[in-house]
Design a protein around this ligand. Structure first.
Ligand code: NG6
Ligand code: CA
Length: 519
C-alpha cells in the first residue's frame, strides 16, 4: 500500500516537472519569436545581362556576384520593368507597371517625387510587418513637390514613401545636385554657401562643360555639358554647396560604408535594405585602386569595384551572423550601354566582352537586352542553388515578398511568385508587358510582340537598336533569343493572339501620353 502511494506521488511529481518545463519553454518561445527574415535588394545601375561571369562573361570577372548566382537561383529570364532607370525603379518599389504613370520617365534632378505618398510600396508593406526599412544609394524617383529648396529639408522623398532611413544621391551620378542627402537633408552643407539648382539656365559666371573645356577631365560626347563638378561636366546647372559635393571616386566606398552601418545598426530587428549602387552608370569613376584592373576601361573597372563592394557587404552580413536569415535579391535597373555621353574608353576597350550577353539591343531598347538583366535570389541554407528559366519581373517582388512575410497586400501588376523566387517552382509569369522609353511590348510564353513604332531604328549616339519598326515584330525567344527572325508575316495567328492579349492589358488602363501607334 505504502509502495503504491509512493509511486503515485512520484508520478504526480514527474508530470508536474514536465508540465512546468513545457510552460517555461512556451514562455521562452514567447520571448524569442522566430525573427522575420531580413530582405535586401542589391540593385545595379545599367548592368547588362552579359556583364557577370556567372551569366557567361569571359573577359570580366565578378567573383562575388557569382557566389550569389551559384549559391542561389540564377534567373535567365528575369526582367526589369523598363529599359531605363526611373520607370524601372518605380515598378520595383510600387508593384505597378511604370507605363500606368505618364510621368515615369527619366527624371531631371529637380523633378518632384514620382511615387504618390499615398501609394503602396515594398518598404510600406514591410513596415506594416514590423520591419525597419532603409535605402542607401541612387534614388532617381524625384524629390519634393517642385521648386525644391535644397538648403532646407527636401521632402517628400524616400522617407515619405516607406523608408525609415535614407542616404541617397537624388537622381544620377551625371546629374546635379552632386550631393548626398540623408533623411531629407543635404549632407555637409555649409549654410553660408547655399545650393542652387536649375535645369534650364546657368548661373551667372559659372563655368560649364560647353564653354570651359579646359576645366574638364572627362570629355562629354553628347549631353553632359552643363556644370562641372570634380572635372566632370554634368547634366543640369548647380551653384554653391562646395563643401557638400561628393567625391566621385569615393562614392562606391561611401555607399558601402553606409550600407554596412545600416545592417549593423538594425541587425536586431527585421530590416529591409535597398542598396542601390551607382555602377556602371556614367560617369564611370572607379576608385584609383580599381583603375586598370579589368583592361576594359572605366566601365569594366567600376563593375569590378561594385563586385568587390558586394563581397565586402556580404562579409558583413556573414560576420553579423545574418546570412541564414536574409533573402538577398540581386538585379539591375536596365540593360547595358557603352557610350552614354562621355568619352571614357567603354567603346574603345570593349574587346571581346559582350555586355548584352548575345541579346539584341541594350539600355533604351525594347529588344531583350533592354530589360532582361542579371537576376539572382540568394538565401543561405534556404534556397537551393539552381538555374531557373521562369519568366519573372522586378514588379513581382512586392506581392512575392508580401507572401514571405505574411502580408495579404498585393501590387496592382505584381504577381505573387514567392515559390519561384525561392527556387521551389519554375512556373513564372505567363505574360509580361515590357517597357522602353514609354513604348511597350508584350511577352507571352516564349513569344515577344513589338507593335510598330515610329522613330529611328537605332540611337546612333549610344549605338543601340531601339526596337522601332514600322512593321509588327514577333519573335520566338525559345529558338531565337537574339531576335533575328521576325515571324509576324509567317505566323499571323500568333500575332493576332498576341495583339489581342496586349490590347486587353494596355487598353483597359489610362494610356497616359504614350503614343501607341498600332496599325
Ligand atoms: C539620358 C542621359 C544618359 C543617362 C540617362 C539616364 C543624355 C544625352 N543622356 O538622358 O547619360 O543619364 O539619361 O540613365 O543626357 S538612367 O539609367 O538613369 O535611366
Ligand atoms: Ca539605369
Amino acid at each position: 500500500m505504502k509502495k503504491k502511494r509512493f509511486h503515485n506521488i512520484l508520478l504526480i511529481l514527474i508530470v508536474g516537472v514536465l508540465f512546468s518545463a513545457c510552460q517555461q519553454n512556451e514562455k521562452k518561445n514567447e520571448k524569442e519569436p522566430t525573427k522575420s527574415p531580413n530582405i535586401i535588394f542589391i540593385y545595379m545601375d545599367d548592368l547588362g545581362y552579359g556583364d557577370v561571369s556567372a551569366y557567361g562573361a569571359k573577359n570580366l570577372h565578378t567573383p562575388n556576384i557569382d557566389k550569389l548566382a551559384n549559391g542561389g537561383v540564377r534567373f535567365t529570364d528575369g526582367h526589369a520593368t523598363s529599359a531605363t532607370c526611373t520607370p524601372s525603379r518605380y515598378g520595383l518599389l510600387t508593384g505597378v507597371y511604370p507605363w500606368r504613370n505618364k510621368d515615369a520617365k527619366i527624371l531631371p534632378g529637380t523633378a518632384p517625387l514620382l511615387i504618390g505618398t499615398d501609394q503602396f510600396t515594398v518598404p510600406k508593406m514591410l513596415k506594416e510587418k514590423g520591419y525597419h526599412t532603409g535605402i542607401v544609394g541612387k534614388w532617381h524617383l524625384g524629390l519634393g513637390t517642385g521648386n525644391t529648396n535644397w538648403n532646407k529639408k527636401v521632402t517628400p522623398g524616400p522617407n515619405e514613401v516607406g523608408f525609415d532611413y535614407s542616404y541617397i544621391l537624388a537622381a544620377t551620378q551625371d546629374r546635379v545636385p552632386t550631393v548626398y542627402i540623408e533623411d531629407g537633408y543635404v549632407v555637409g552643407l555649409d549654410p553660408n554657401d547655399p545650393i542652387e539648382v536649375d535645369y534650364e539656365n546657368n548661373f551667372e559666371g559659372e563655368p560649364t562643360g560647353k564653354n570651359n573645356p579646359e576645366l574638364v577631365t572627362m570629355k562629354w560626347h553628347h549631353g553632359h555639358n552643363n556644370s562641372i563638378v570634380n572635372g566632370v561636366p554634368r547634366i543640369g546647372f548647380m551653384k554653391g554647396g562646395e563643401a557638400a559635393k561628393w567625391s566621385d571616386v569615393d562614392m562606391a566606398d561611401h555607399f558601402l560604408a553606409k550600407a554596412k552601418q545600416y545592417v549593423i545598426d538594425h541587425k536586431e530587428e527585421p530590416f529591409f535594405l535597398y542598396y542601390a549602387m551607382q555602377q556602371p552608370h556614367v560617369p564611370r569613376t572607379p576608385h584609383p585602386r580599381f583603375v586598370g584592373k579589368t583592361g576594359l576601361g572605366p566601365r569594366g573597372d567600376v563593375i569590378a569595384e561594385a563586385d568587390w563592394c558586394i563581397g565586402e557587404f556580404i562579409n558583413t552580413l556573414d560576420k553579423e551572423g545574418l546570412l541564414e536569415n536574409t533573402l538577398i535579391v540581386f538585379t539591375s535597373d536596365n540593360g547595358p550601354v557603352l557610350n552614354d555621353g562621355y568619352y571614357d574608353d567603354a567603346v574603345e576597350k570593349i574587346g571581346n566582352h559582350t555586355p548584352n550577353g548575345g541579346l539584341r539591343g541594350g539600355k533604351y531598347s525594347l529588344f531583350e537586352a533592354g530589360t532582361r538583366v542579371p537576376f539572382i535570389t540568394y538565401w543561405k541554407g534556404k534556397i537551393e542553388p539552381q538555374v531557373s528559366d521562369a519568366l519573372i519581373c522586378q514588379v513581382d517582388l512586392l506581392s512575392s515578398i508580401a507572401s514571405l512575410v505574411g502580408s495579404e497586400k498585393k501590387g496592382q501588376d505584381s504577381e505573387a511568385l514567392l515559390d519561384v523566387f525561392m527556387g521551389e517552382n519554375k512556373q513564372g509569369r505567363d505574360e509580361l508587358i515590357i517597357e522602353a522609353t514609354t513604348r511597350t511590348a508584350l511577352r507571352k510564353g516564349k513569344w515577344l510582340m513589338i507593335p510598330p513604332y515610329n522613330g529611328s531604328a537605332k540611337n546612333k549616339l549610344v549605338n543601340i537598336e531601339l526596337g522601332n519598326s514600322t512593321a509588327y515584330q514577333l519573335y520566338n525567344l525559345n529558338d531565337d533569343i537574339a531576335q533575328q527572325n521576325n515571324l509576324a508575316d509567317k505566323n499571323p495567328e500568333k500575332l493576332a493572339e498576341m495583339l489581342s492579349a496586349f490590347k486587353t492589358i494596355r487598353g483597359k488602363e489610362n494610356m497616359g501620353t504614350q503614343k501607341l501607334e498600332l496599325k
